[in-house]
Ligand binder design. Structure first.
Ligand SMILES: CC(C)(COP(=O)(O)OP(=O)(O)OC[C@H]1O[C@@H](n2cnc3c(N)ncnc32)[C@H](O)[C@@H]1OP(=O)(O)O)[C@@H](O)C(=O)NCCC(=O)NCCS
Length: 169
């Protein structure tokens, strides 16, 4: 990751040329970056993080990847307590973060940049949790192939009928 700069999205960043491909969900990931990301970042609904090569200016062709993080609260039950290794608590819900969107430019796919983005997101969430609390990062992948990818990165599925996975911070 040292070859890259990681920072939050700014108004001057040109996101129009970013494409994460045509697989299930990818066009929506690209459209979100183009059409909604900056607005949602400014509205503090989420934070949008971008990855650029250290040597390049922030242009469409140089944007390698992006991801979003937002606060998330989930209802507590036995499954959640076990998945995030929490002792019994009197609270009804637990706070954490949602890794809402993640896309790697097709030109950079297959080189573990997606894994690196997940690690970065976990690090950012961990730093936030040390100041304001938060016990987990959750993801809602689009399909089973992506579920397996997140499982390889240490996330655990909460419920066989849903694709949500969590990882303890
Ligand atoms: C998912 C992603 C971030 C991973 O980036 P990466 O680290 O470069 O990894 P790869 O592109 O090699 O993909 C990793 C695995 O996920 C699979 N995958 C990637 N996107 C997928 C999609 N949309 N649907 C199904 N499988 C997908 C790949 O086939 C690969 O599977 P394998 O490891 O069994 O070969 C990147 O592929 C991407 O941006 N995909 C399109 C956008 C997307 O689907 N984002 C949703 C993430 S929840």
């Amino acid at each position: 990751v040292s070859a890259f700069v990681v920072r939050t999205l700014r108004g001057e960043d040109d996101t129009t040329g970013f494409t994460s491909g045509s697989r299930d969900g990818a066009p929506a990931i690209d459209a979100y970056l183009r059409e909604q990301a900056l607005h949602e970042h400014h509205a503090q609904l989420c934070s949008v993080w971008i990855v650029l090569p250290r040597t390049a200016a922030a242009s469409a062709s140089s944007l390698c990847a992006y991801f979003t993080l937002s606060p998330l609260s989930i209802p507590l039950n036995e499954v959640v307590l076990t998945a995030i290794r929490l002792p019994e608590t009197r609270y009804r819900s637990v706070g954490g973060y949602l890794l809402g969107r993640l896309g790697v430019s097709v030109a950079f796919q297959g080189r573990q940049l997606g894994d690196a983005c997940v690690s970065l997101a976990l690090g950012i969430a961990k730093a936030a949790s040390e100041k304001t609390g938060g016990a987990f990062v959750a993801v809602d992948p689009k399909n089973d192939s992506l579920v397996r990818w997140y499982e390889r990165l240490g996330f655990a599925r909460l419920d066989p009928s849903r694709r949500r996975l969590v990882r303890r911070l």
